[in-house]
Design a protein around this ligand. Structure first.
Ligand SMILES: *Cc1c(COP(=O)(O)O)cnc(C)c1O
Length: 418
């Protein structure tokens, strides 16, 4: 008889996006003449950089010829891509890592989910709140989250609130935690930590023997100088942090699939009898056992991101999204709303007008402005009273949305006037 992993049965339904879809569908059915502007999209929309397309076409032709054919590659990724990553993502920022510390993958989500396998079930997990749902759900699946309360909160997970009140800077926990997920620039709030603020977390991990899982999927959007691009810019992080990167938001690879994870040789975890075990060989073993590498074509495409043309093309695309973000940030501010994020990130985090919940604000935008966002409460309890917009849409749509906001204003919204 096969017994199921019952932890899967504890998972909560993904209410957020299905409820958004349901409301949008109902609105469209009732108002077929209205053109909705979707600013909730979590996927990129610009095409791949030309340099990547050309590199991938060349790679396909190599596979078409027996003399240049490539079959299985190294599970850890090809040297050509690892070298480009080491040079441009790390050496240029003064960080020295070795090739054996980089593991190429099919994306950050798989790595973030799979990393949970390296840790015993009784580790205590801390997450910032609101948060990208993968961190919690992947720990629920291996029984590390405890039980969900009526409020949807997991009994064994430590939630670190990030709100306008604390400037979206999570406070250090006041009790033991073992694994801390940090995502900066943050999804969904679009906010970042400065070097000084991130250092507090690295020092915390060093002092308390905790491990940081650092998700830097939005690194390419950083524009302010005091925001670290990698956690390894902070001294000591190479002992206590695993960093996960993705080419998805950087270079439009959401459908191509490529990312990488850094597991420094110095990062260790404890055995029950007190020995220190390096995690790098364990992750290597895990990947070699369960993963057969990212495709050659994809890795040639990713390598091209680091060529001079590739870098220029990536910068152009990121600049397009960031200009969308700027237009929306200013448009909403002019309309009297408080807006966070959008400077080092494609995400804007809007404070709902006084007295409105996330869903009320969502409905107001949908019905009055015909604009679709994502209610912040869907990302965790501290997201209540906020709404997420993304800059991944078309320029014309952003401009049109701001025109609608200007025409209608928010003065009728909320309990007190703005
Ligand atoms: C989009 C995103 C990822 C990227 O995942 P991929 O699997 O590489 O596409 C990772 N983390 C966060 C927070 C994201 O928003």
């Amino acid at each position: 008889m096969a017994f199921v992993n019952e932890h899967f049965l504890q998972l909560q339904g993904s209410y957020l996006f299905s409820e958004v879809a349901r409301k949008v569908k109902a609105f469209e059915a009732a108002h077929p003449q209205v053109r909705l502007i979707r600013l909730g999209i979590g996927d990129v929309t610009r095409p791949l950089p030309q340099a990547c397309i050309e590199a991938m076409c060349r790679a396909v032709r190599e596979l078409a010829d027996a003399r240049t054919f490539h079959g299985y590659g190294p599970e850890q990724g090809y040297d050509f891509l690892i070298k480009a990553i080491l040079k441009h993502d790390f050496e240029e920022r003064g960080i020295t890592l070795s090739p054996s510390e980089i593991f190429i993958s099919d994306g950050a989500k798989s790595d973030l989910g799979n990393l949970t396998e390296l840790f015993r079930q009784d580790n205590l997990v801390a997450i910032t709140d609101p948060v990208y749902p993968v961190y919690v759900d992947s720990n629920v699946m291996c029984g590390r989250a405890g039980v969900a309360g009526a409020d949807g909160l997991w009994s064994k997970v430590t939630y670190l609130p990030c709100t306008g009140e604390n400037g979206f800077v999570p406070e250090l926990p006041d009790h033991r935690v073992d694994l801390v997920y940090l995502c900066y620039p943050n999804n969904p709030t679009g906010t970042t930590l400065t070097r000084e603020q991130l250092k507090k977390w690295v020092d915390y991990a060093l002092d308390n023997d905790a491990l940081i899982l650092f998700d830097a999927a939005y690194e390419a959007f950083i524009s302010e100088p005091d925001v670290p691009h990698s956690i390894y810019e902070i001294p000591g992080a190479e002992q206590v942090a695993i960093e996960v990167r993705s080419f998805s938001k950087t270079a439009g690879f959401t459908g191509v699939r490529c990312g990488y994870t850094v597991v420094p040789e110095k990062v260790t975890a404890r055995t029950e009898d007190g020995r220190r075990v390096a995690l790098n060989p364990l992750w290597n073993r895990r990947q070699c056992t369960k993963f057969n590498g990212t495709s050659y074509i994809t890795q040639r495409g990713a390598e091209a991101i680091y060529t001079p043309e590739g870098r220029r093309q990536v910068e152009e695309t990121i600049a397009y999204y960031k200009e969308n973000a700027r237009i929306m940030r200013e448009g909403f501010r002019e309309a009297g709303l408080t807006v966070y994020g959008g400077v080092n990130s494609p995400y804007l985090w809007l404070k709902a007008p006084e007295g409105m919940t996330s869903w009320e604000f969502f409905d107001h935008l949908l019905h009055e402005m015909n604009v679709v966002g994502t209610p912040g409460s869907g990302f965790g309890p501290s997201g209540e009273g906020y709404l997420r917009l993304t800059a991944f849409g078309q320029r014309e749509d952003c401009l049109e949305a701001m025109e609608r906001i200007r025409r209608k204003g928010f003065s009728s919204a909320g309990k007190s006037s703005l």
